[in-house]
Write a protein that binds this ligand. Structure first.
Ligand SMILES: *[C@@H]1O[C@H](CO)[C@@H](O)[C@H](O)[C@H]1NC(C)=O
Ligand SMILES: *[C@@H]1O[C@H](CO)[C@@H](O)[C@H](O)[C@H]1NC(C)=O
Ligand SMILES: *[C@@H]1O[C@H](CO)[C@@H](O)[C@H](O)[C@H]1NC(C)=O
Ligand SMILES: *[C@@H]1O[C@H](CO)[C@@H](O)[C@H](O)[C@H]1NC(C)=O
Ligand SMILES: *[C@@H]1O[C@H](CO)[C@@H](O)[C@H](O)[C@H]1NC(C)=O
Length: 620
């Protein structure tokens, strides 16, 4: 019941609390002390009123959580939760300073649901202070100088301004975002977001501790290969101090904005829109355009614009064809021809006999994971890599220097607008293939273009004629409608009695030339049975595309048949000329062709000699 508290009741509480505190204790409202605890549904408000700390619930749940929320906006926005995994079901919870000096959340039975969990604190001397930054700080005594614990160091799923996400190697500190199980269940989800040193620091998202997303290495300005345009624009600040081994990312911005790691593992930028009265969510662009880490396996390259998205690098083949073709690319690719330096080594000789390895340049790439670092400049990266047979690729970035890779190349992605040049080591035989293929390709394309050009030029002449006839046909059709008399030598006039069908009409009539509707196959092409919109049954002869008959010949045929209208002959109802399609439309003869009777041993009895004579007379 208590969980549903209207705003006005809350406001009343607030005023009540205010007056109580000021009257009775005269203490600030932003502090928990050993003698002043927070009982559900009380809360603290930071001095400037930006954040509040207290008990809250999510919609459709009676679970009570202690958390830090934005205080000045109408939408419940939680940026930190203490007892994520152990919420009391009722409003008996208390947030206080325990006897050992820790900040704790207790249930009605005084069981500890959550603790700041610091050892060796001075009892009765600690206080917890909620700052306007949204940081809850446990410190010794009144001065609050030495912080013993901070909510910023025990992050939930929200990355708010001035928080530092990162790693302090020497002090063994690591602050990362942890996703919630779902949007209204803050218990531990499977994703985490952090800034990890590696050899060159990168932002990473892990799923159940396994790499899921990499930003690409930090070059002092940007995370290369995954633009984070927001580095400058959105007030990000990155510290990567190799000497002190301190690596963190933080942000400060003039707008109300924060980042959240959602339960699907996506980093969302949330900006408050006062006009709409809600948060505007935007996915971190580089991340939504990114392949999952290692999706294409070793030596596999991901390209989201391709189908399938994974392919093996040149000179490599899928390790497991069957899995690969099923879309499970995780086992990756293997080198089909060993590197020259490997062959030389196996052969006992130090240097190759003139045959050395080369490099295949791939541009706009996200570089593979785990580069080795060297600060030598560009010209020498290649030589440096060639000197060491375990070097399988290199790349250069002005802010980083040379990057080298040995072992498997994992998590490469091809971009269309960003990234760096990546050089893959290949034996010269493979490179010769690549170069030859390129030359052959260019020559072939040139020949094809020339050929096409000639063909089109020839065709253009014919097209003109085609156009003329089509125009006349249309004219003829229009003329039938107005039943006007036109001169004998115009095709339009010859076809006066004919109807011009359009392709769609006939396709509909024959259920898209369904095989079930096929009546037979003539020299002209297949014949289909169809039904027009007015229930009239028709037979459609479709000129096979293979037929070399041109439009002119077709029109002559139509002309002849249309002149041969007789009640003993099948009636031509119309024709269709559209693009490459040419069709004749006849009335449908339910009794089929005469030969079906003449040559059928049973049916031929229907035709006595008198009838046959009449038919012969009729035809002639
Ligand atoms: C406190 O820390 C210990 C060991 O680090 C851990 O086992 C325990 O679960 C923690 N307790 C709480 C309430 O977080
Ligand atoms: C802490 O203070 C309370 C009252 O303010 C007192 O009852 C308690 O004994 C003190 N505890 C210690 C360990 O000093
Ligand atoms: C893909 O293949 C790997 C290695 O053979 C296997 O461990 C994994 O379970 C497969 N994944 C799926 C989704 O089939
Ligand atoms: C070893 O080198 C010799 C000549 O130097 C060559 O004929 C032979 O094919 C090489 N063997 C391998 C395995 O590459
Ligand atoms: C060759 O490269 C590997 C991996 O980068 C490295 O461990 C090794 O020390 C290098 N060897 C030489 C002689 O530079």
């Amino acid at each position: 019941m208590e969980s549903v508290i209207s705003d006005s009741v809350l406001l009343a509480f607030e005023i009540l609390l205010l007056s109580c505190f000021y009257l009775q204790f005269g203490t600030a409202l932003d502090t928990v002390t050993p003698s002043e605890s927070i009982k559900d549904p009380e809360f603290l408000i930071s001095q400037g009123g930006v954040f509040r700390l207290g008990f809250f619930s999510f919609a459709n749940s009676t679970n009570r959580y202690v958390g830090i929320l934005y205080n000045q906006i109408p939408v419940q926005t939680v940026v930190w939760v203490a007892n994520r995994n152990k919420p009391p079901k009722d409003s008996s919870g208390i947030l206080n300073i325990s006897d050992d000096g820790n900040l704790v959340v207790l249930n009605g039975k005084a069981e500890i649901l959550w603790s700041s969990n610091i050892t060796n604190l001075v009892p009765n001397a600690t206080t917890a202070h909620l700052l306007d930054s949204g940081n809850l700080v446990l410190s010794n005594g009144e001065d609050g100088a030495s912080s013993l614990w901070k909510s910023f160091k025990d992050a939930s799923n929200a990355f708010i301004e001035t928080m530092k996400i990162g790693t302090d190697v020497q002090r063994g500190l690591k602050v990362e975002l942890k996703s919630w199980k779902s949007i209204d269940d803050p218990s531990d989800g499977s994703f985490s977001f952090g800034f990890e040193p590696f050899n060159i620091p990168e932002l990473v998202i892990r799923n159940n501790n396994k790499l899921y997303f990499r930003s690409g290495p930090w070059n002092g300005n940007i995370f290369i290969a995954t633009i984070m345009k927001t580095v400058y624009i959105d007030g990000f600040h990155v510290v990567a101090d190799n000497q002190r081994q301190v690596y963190y990312i933080t942000h400060e911005y003039s707008r109300l904005k924060y980042y959240e790691l959602d339960s699907q593992g996506k980093l969302v930028e949330r900006t408050w829109d006062a006009g709409k009265g809600d948060w505007i969510n935007m996915y971190f662009t580089s991340q939504t355009e990114s392949c999952v880490y290692g999706q294409c396996g070793a030596f596999g390259m991901c390209d989201l614009t391709k189908q399938p998205i994974c392919s093996c690098l040149k000179g490599f083949k899928p390790r497991n064809i069957e899995e690969w073709s099923r879309g499970n690319w995780s086992s990756g690719c293997f080198r089909t021809t060993p590197l020259q330096c490997q062959r030389d080594k196996n052969n006992g000789s130090e240097a190759g006999q003139g045959d050395v390895d080369g490099f295949l340049k791939l541009n706009m790439m996200k570089v593979p994971a785990f580069p080795d670092l060297s600060s030598i400049n560009n010209g020498e990266c290649k030589d440096q890599c060639l000197k060491n047979c375990s070097c399988v690729a290199y790349a250069y970035d002005a802010g980083i220097g040379c990057m080298f890779w040995s072992g498997d190349l994992i998590d490469m992605q091809k971009f269309s607008t960003r990234g760096v040049d990546l050089y893959i080591r290949l034996p010269s035989s493979e490179l010769v293939i690549v170069i030859t293929a390129a030359i052959v390709g260019i020559v072939t394309i040139t020949i094809i273009i020339l050929f096409l050009w000639c063909w089109m030029a020839k065709r253009r002449g014919r097209k003109q004629k085609h156009k003329q006839i089509e125009l006349q046909l249309n004219k003829g059709n229009a003329m039938t409608k107005f039943s006007s008399n036109v001169g004998e030598n115009s095709i339009g006039a010859k076809l006066q009695q004919l109807r011009l069908f359009n392709f769609e009409e006939l396709a509909t009539a024959t259920c898209n030339f369904d095989h079930a509707n096929k009546l037979g196959q003539g020299g002209f092409g297949p014949v289909y049975r169809g039904t027009l919109g007015d229930e009239k049954e028709i037979a459609v002869k479709r000129l096979s595309k293979a037929s070399v008959q041109g439009l002119e010949e077709f029109m002559n045929e139509v002309e002849v048949i249309s002149k041969l209208q007789h009640r003993n002959l099948v009636k031509l109802l119309g024709c269709c000329v559209e693009a490459e399609e040419k069709m004749l439309v006849y009335e449908y003869m339910p009794n089929k062709s005469l030969d079906a009777f003449v040559f059928d041993p049973i049916k031929q009895k229907v035709l006595d000699w008198r009838k046959r004579f009449n038919i012969i007379k009729g035809i002639s």
